[in-house]
Ligand binder design. Sequence first.
Ligand code: ATP
Ligand code: ZN
Length: 225
Amino acid sequence: MSESTRLRIAIQKSGRLSKESLKLLKSCGVKFNINEQRLIAHADNMPIDLLRVRDDDIPGLVMDGVVDLGIIGENVLEEEQIERQTLGTPAECIKLRELDFGACRLSLAVPNEFSYQDARSLEGLRIATSYPNILRRYMQSKGITYNDCMLKGSVEVAPRAGLADGICDLVSTGATLEANGLYETEVIYESMACIIQSTNTQPDDKQALINKILSRINAVVRAKE
Ligand code: ATP
Ligand code: ZN
């Protein structure tokens, strides 16, 4: 496969970051015609291709240099980075800047009836999460051992279903925790969306386009502050 001369940007296909990611690129003057069925959308007015994928795939695509830029939650980026460092696979990328959407936190939470003092209250217990690497790093830093319950979804129902004693999940308002009879005990990671670039050396024209997009993003984000 030859290197694309067009700038490739990966964004989440459908989810919490999709609308804002598209809006940001549009406000930078990039014109797209999105076909819901298609993975790739070509910009009409700039040499840019948009790749619409699962958010979990975005950090890896950037770190492997398959795409040039990606818009992703810092939580997913961090998780992938730790995973790849553990495996010894390429884990480098450049965080160009934090964006002004996708705010959330990765928190420990336990059932309302659980008497919680601090993270040591979870010693030897089972914790359900989609972020096993960030959780492990946190618990190791506190010297606490626990058991994993890896779930890609429905983490918040794990305690009620008898699968785990507590959870480590993303929270923004806390409404989901409350609806599931859980309360937040500790924030272990704070996250925003961010834009990342691959460490590939870019041809001059492509790097110039990246710089142009980034300076427009800076202007758009600053204008809203
Ligand atoms: P995909 O199908 O792309 O894998 P997903 O279900 O993993 O989607 P979303 O729920 O759409 O992902 O969340 C995408 C990102 O949005 C999260 O990784 C996080 O950075 C951010 N986010 C902001 N607020 C929340 C929240 N309350 N819960 C979950 N994610 C949030
Ligand atoms: Zn995902």
